[in-house]
Design a binder for this molecule. Structure first.
Ligand code: SER
Length: 326
């Protein structure tokens, strides 16, 4: 990895992964490509940024050629709840965008990181200790695009020798950039609401348990997998990775330890509840541990403590900046 392109760089994962890669590989060597959102100051001042719609293969290929890219982290994608509302658009972005990236990688000899998801599983999958290789059969458009994405990446690897790699991320929790329309977003919104209002109205039932991960671990997983010697890998794409497994009532109890007056209520969104119920509760990530040394750093108590610290700091800075302007 020397010259890196990140699609979806202004999104929830991209905004943090880009900065981590720039720190490691040099700001000028990591190109942040976004589409719907403008890069924030930190992103635009730390290295090159460009606007790119992954559905435009000509623009994608000229960006890769212009910057002499050798590795693409392809993060541009619609999340589960938005994909359910706009299934045709989700197919277009998630699948046609990926094919364009894979074709570009084949022609320009790039490696590709593709984030799959717990959404690549379905109701027929064993929900506890979900094996690495098992029944997938998702029932959402998001899941269909993710399982197809894993297969396409495997296909480009064995058919054309493209170095594709990827993980199945669980719900990702971060303080920097909000997620955009996923089923696990409640686990981010709950922190904003706890700090601002002292209460949160959750759209999933109290006992809906899902795999989750704090963003620093997700960034670490993506980078470490791409840095692994390919000879070590038996699988290539769709590695199960997880850091914790909890339900809304568990995270609420953990937040209460820091904000004793915090209260949670529940108004269920049937669409997102049904999506969550079709996903695993806890994945077995031993293949990732054994093949490339995946190891978590943040469990539930460590994540909650750090999230509350970082987010309240962010709110204080925003308030101070707002006060300065007035
Ligand atoms: N966080 C994603 C979503 O909820 C799952 O990968 O859509």
């Amino acid at each position: 990895m020397q010259r890196i392109l990140i699609t979806g760089a202004t999104g929830q994962i991209g905004s943090e992964l880009t900065l981590a890669l720039r720190k490691k590989y040099g700001g000028e060597n990591v190109i942040a490509a976004g589409h719907t959102h403008q890069p924030d100051r930190e992103l635009s001042e730390s290295g090159p940024c460009c606007t790119l719609d992954v559905r435009d293969i000509t623009a994608l290929q000229s960006t890769v050629a212009e910057y002499r890219i050798d590795t693409i982290f392809h993060l541009a994608s619609l999340l589960s709840a938005v994909a359910e509302a706009k299934p045709q658009l989700a197919w277009d972005i998630n699948i046609n965008g990926l094919i364009n990236v894979l074709e570009t990688a084949r022609i320009h000899h790039c490696a590709v990181f593709f984030p799959s998801s717990i959404g690549a599983f379905g109701p027929l999958t064993p929900a506890e200790n979900t094996p690495q290789d098992t029944i997938q059969h998702p029932t959402t458009m998001y899941g269909i695009t993710k399982v197809s994405g894993e297969l396409l990446c495997d296909y480009y690897q064995h058919r054309f020798g493209v170095d594709t790699r990827g993980v199945r991320f669980p719900g990702l929790i971060s303080w920097k950039t909000l997620p955009g329309g996923g089923t696990t977003d409640y686990a981010v919104h709950i922190f904003h609401a706890a700090l601002k209002d002292g209460r949160y109205d959750c759209f999933l039932k109290p006992d809906t348990r899902l795999d989750m991960m704090y963003m620093p671990d997700a960034v670490k997983a993506a980078i470490e997998l791409m840095e692994t010697d390919s000879k070590q890998l038996i699988h290539r794409n769709g590695f199960n990775v997880t850091a914790m497994s909890f339900a809304p009532r568990d995270i609420a109890a953990e937040i209460k330890k820091h904000i004793p007056g915090f209260a949670i209520s529940y108004t269920i969104d049937p669409v997102r509840q049904a999506i969550a119920e079709s996903w695993p509760r806890h994945m077995d990530d031993s293949a990732a541990r054994n093949e490339w040394g995946w190891k978590l750093e943040y469990d539930l108590p460590a994540m909650v403590k750090d999230m509350l610290e970082k987010l309240s700091n962010k709110f204080k800075i925003a308030k101070a900046n707002g006060a300065e302007k007035n």
